[in-house]
Ligand binder design. Structure first.
Ligand SMILES: Cc1cc2nc3c(=O)[nH]c(=O)nc-3n(C[C@H](O)[C@H](O)[C@H](O)COP(=O)(O)O)c2cc1C
Ligand code: SF4
Length: 373
């Protein structure tokens, strides 16, 4: 089978992406300690761009100081970041016709200073986040909107909002972490209000033709958490609102740490472990209309994804770990070498980002072998 669909162009909103391969947001810990662009970050991303990916989502980019997870994370909470971000986006655009977006994010209850819709813990004795006041929620919404305007001014092709993985927006979506009684809690419309206000506010600033996409928590994988049934209802509202694409996801760092449920970065050791968010993509498929669907999570088999694309199950696929390991993977597949990615799911990359730029066991081994030969 030829990879005809995988390497055909498709639009997200009015932006044409040259193929169906998205780099799923990946925190690389490559900014300065204050969140400014570095040469190392430019080098990392220009190298990734050369490898043939169609759309790069960079990684969690904080919209305010409290939303940071650690020094070294990219920031967009002040106009002083725009100059460096422009230089970064230009450098990536110059390398190829790749499109690029940041992932606007607030770390919420998983951050350095944990804040949340409600002051509750997952497990007794764990960190207690501070409950945001109504005024503070509105301030966070404003900060997201301002970061959206800075994204546009920096020259990015689109925005991804991070509404997954236990970060702040998903804390509001989930009935487990959101027990509020004001207009931001209670029924689904109220739990979605923060995300809807952020979307509408950014559209007001930058116009409707600038695509806004979302990595969306569709399920928490815990009792009393967000269910896939409700995740679908949320997605349906976001489609009608005007989001240009949805990348269904689930789980969180906190749930992974406490309950050993390893979403979103599950190990992929056998074929049956692949495409683990396909059930979510399938569930959302009937409601997607013009909104593009992105399959993420354990995407490893070029022929399998080609046939899913041909069946119109989704419009794009996204990968994180395979592209850390092999930035050139899209070109390799395009040139006809369809062997699976070299990534062995060891997840060292996931735990490496506290101390320097994201690292990869396989990449290091290959480099060592090259040096020794
Ligand atoms: C090192 C690392 C950093 C990540 N950073 C982010 C991030 O910034 N934002 C996000 O939404 N997901 C992040 N993820 C999750 C990935 O985007 C992706 O959803 C997950 O790893 C599953 O895809 P994969 O099987 O292709 O790796 C990260 C994953 C890894 C391994
Ligand atoms: S460190 Fe391990 S899991 Fe991460 S990209 Fe490399 S091989 Fe894959």
């Amino acid at each position: 089978m030829e990879l005809k669909t995988l390497f055909s162009p498709e639009k997200i909103g009015n932006v044409e992406v040259k193929n169906r391969i998205v780099r799923s947001a990946t925190y690389t810990h490559s900014a300065t300690k204050d969140g400014y662009v570095t040469d190392e970050m430019i080098k990392f991303y220009t190298n990734l761009a050369k490898g043939g990916t169609g759309l790069i989502i960079t990684g969690i980019t904080t919209i305010d100081k409290v939303g940071t997870i650690q020094p070294g994370q990219t920031c967009l909470y002040d106009d002083s970041y725009i100059e460096g971000q422009k230089k970064f986006v230009n450098a990536v655009h110059e390398i190829s016709d790749v499109k690029i977006a940041p992932q606007l994010s607030h770390s919420g209850r998983q951050g350095l200073t944990p804040i949340a819709p409600s002051a509750i813990t997952f497990k007794e004795g764990d960190r207690m986040p501070k409950e945001l006041t109504n005024e503070e929620v509105k301030e966070v919404v404003r900060n997201f909107i301002d970061a959206g305007r800075r994204t546009y001014e920096s020259g990015y092709d689109m925005i991804q909002l991070n509404a997954g993985h236990g970060w702040l927006i998903s804390n509001f979506l989930s009935p487990f972490t959101n027990k509020r009684t004001d207009e931001y809690g209670g029924n689904m419309e109220n739990r979605m209000r923060m995300l809807v206000e952020i979307y509408n506010g950014i559209v007001d600033e930058v116009g409707k033709s600038y695509p806004i996409i979302v990595k969306l928590q569709t399920q928490d994988f815990i009792d009393d958490g967000l269910s896939l049934e409700e995740g679908k209802l949320i997605a349906e509202k976001l489609v009608d609102l005007g989001f240009a694409a949805i990348e269904p996801s689930g789980g969180s760092g906190e749930i992974s740490r406490l309950y050993k449920i390893r979403y979103p970065s599950k190990k992929v050791m056998a074929q049956e472990d692949e495409n683990y968010f396909l059930p979510a993509v399938k569930k959302l498929n009937p409601i997607m209309k013009d909104c593009k669907s992105i399959l993420m999570g354990g995407v490893r088999n070029a022929l399998k994804i080609e046939s899913l694309l041909q069946e119109n199950m989704m419009d794009f696929i996204a990968m994180s770990r395979p592209l850390i390991c092999e930035p050139n993977l899209p070109n390799r597949w395009k040139e006809g070498d369809l062997s699976p990615p070299l990534c062995n799911s060891c997840n060292r990359c996931y735990f490496s980002t506290g101390s320097g730029i994201v690292a990869c066991t396989v990449k290091d081994k290959l480099l060592q072998e090259k040096l020794n030969s």
